[in-house]
Write a protein that binds this ligand. Structure first.
Ligand code: NAD
Ligand code: UD1
Length: 340
């Protein structure tokens, strides 16, 4: 019988792509998402793409009574916990909302694991849990520490999950530390659909290329990097999604907790990305140089070796694929899912 995975936040950007990977790999997906930052249409399209059904429940993951019902109705084998708030700047303005949602949703799922004897959980962590003093490439052994409430919620959830596996030796948790997910499914049918003005680089670029934004502001060109602009480890969202399937298999084969980077190990500057996007897609991305953005670092990229060793996973897609697929999605869906 196919294994069932509870995917919290499965209608979101990474969650919807991961649902496709799971269904293609033969898993069944049960999604819980209250759609606070997503659209049900994303899941309709996951079904369209895969020809398979997703069981969908619309409610807040912190609502334990409703969660309990889902776990009673389905024999859940593993959980992938994507649901959470993710905007760094907003977390500084509204720290309590971030601590409340990100931590209570994780605690609720921990209690469900114990009550319903679910052994495996994959947690969406972030490269932001690494202390800023670490040198690049960032390896899993780096020291941990954060500079904003969003990051702290991720680090605290990691600790909660580590403690849980210490106390309950039968459990298995994989903490996946994502670098910068970008791009979209190559069909252009699902992709990233931020509400309001995008904070992140790629959605800002695609909306600028489309004419929805006048120009990109490059946040500083006086960093200690080859061209002065910030360097990041961009990873194709489909590679990232496939990493979750590998993490499930790994979790199934062991107990305890383990933190693993999901990145490519390569760094690209803001101007590298603008140039690649323009060349691959034959479009212009007008930009101006602005001041540095508060809280930004010069250079962040992963040491990706552990994922290869323990998961047998490595990123396959390059920067051109990421730029091409992001643009295909945006062109096909100029207003994201809201047109449907
Ligand atoms: P997203 O906002 O697109 O997806 C999150 C989903 O969770 C949304 O569909 C939202 O409606 C849902 N959600 C939030 N709180 C909920 C709750 N209490 N109950 C039910 N549903 C809830 O974000 P994403 O980019 O897909 O990120 C997924 C996860 O990965 C998040 O935990 C995020 O912090 C983490 N992460 C993302 C990035 C990134 O760059 N996108 C990087 C590192 C880590
Ligand atoms: C941000 C978050 C990080 C989160 C990640 C993925 C901060 C400080 N960090 O990382 O916690 O895990 O998103 O969601 O917010 N840039 C521009 N102009 C823009 C937008 C971005 O020049 O309009 C630059 C940034 O300065 C940076 C690079 O592009 O050098 C990438 O930015 P972004 O996509 O926001 O990701 P991060 O800052 O790496």
């Amino acid at each position: 019988m196919a294994k069932k995975v509870l995917v919290t936040g499965g209608a979101g950007y990474i969650g919807s792509h991961t649902c496709v990977s799971l269904l293609e790999a033969g898993y069944e997906a049960v999604v819980v998402d209250d759609l606070r930052n997503s659209d049900k249409e994303a899941l309709n399209r996951v079904e369209e793409l895969t020809g398979k059904k997703v069981d969908f429940y619309q409610f807040d993951v912190c609502d334990e009574a409703k969660l309990d019902k889902v776990f009673s109705e389905h024999k859940i084998n593993s959980i992938i916990h994507f649901a959470g708030l993710k905007a760094v700047g907003e977390s500084v303005e509204k720290p309590l909302e971030y601590y409340d949602n990100n931590i209570n949703s994780t605690l609720a799922l921990c209690r469900m694991m114990l009550k319903h004897k679910v052994k495996n959980l994959i947690f969406s962590s972030s490269a932001t849990v690494y202390d800023q003093k670490n040198e690049v490439p960032l390896s899993e052994e780096g020291t941990l520490g954060c500079s904003n409430p969003y990051g702290w919620t991720k680090l605290m959830c990691e600790q909660i999950l580590r403690d849980l596996t210490h106390a309950h030796k039968e459990l298995s948790v994989v903490l996946l530390r994502y670098f910068n997910p970008i791009g979209a499914h190559e069909s252009g049918i699902i992709g990233e659909d931020p509400t309001g003005i995008p904070n992140n680089l790629l959605p800002y670029i695609t909306q600028t290329a489309l004419g929805r934004r006048e120009q990109l502001t490059v946040h500083g060109n006086d960093y200690d990097t080859p061209d002065g602009t910030g360097v990041r480890d961009y990873i194709h969202v489909v590679d990232l999604a496939n990493g979750h399937v590998k993490a499930l298999q790994y979790a199934d084969s062991r107990t305890g907790s383990d933190a693993i980077n999901l990145g490519t190990g390569k760094g690209y500057s803001v101007l590298d990305i603008v140039k690649a996007f323009e060349e691959v897609n034959g479009v212009k991305v007008p930009y101006v140089i602005g001041p540095r953005r508060a809280g930004d670092l010069a250079t962040v990229y992963a040491a990706p070796q552990k994922a290869k060793e323990v998961l047998g996973w490595e990123a396959e897609k390059g920067i051109e694929d990421m730029c091409r697929d992001a643009w295909r999605w945006q062109k096909k869906n100029p207003q994201g899912y809201r047109n449907s």
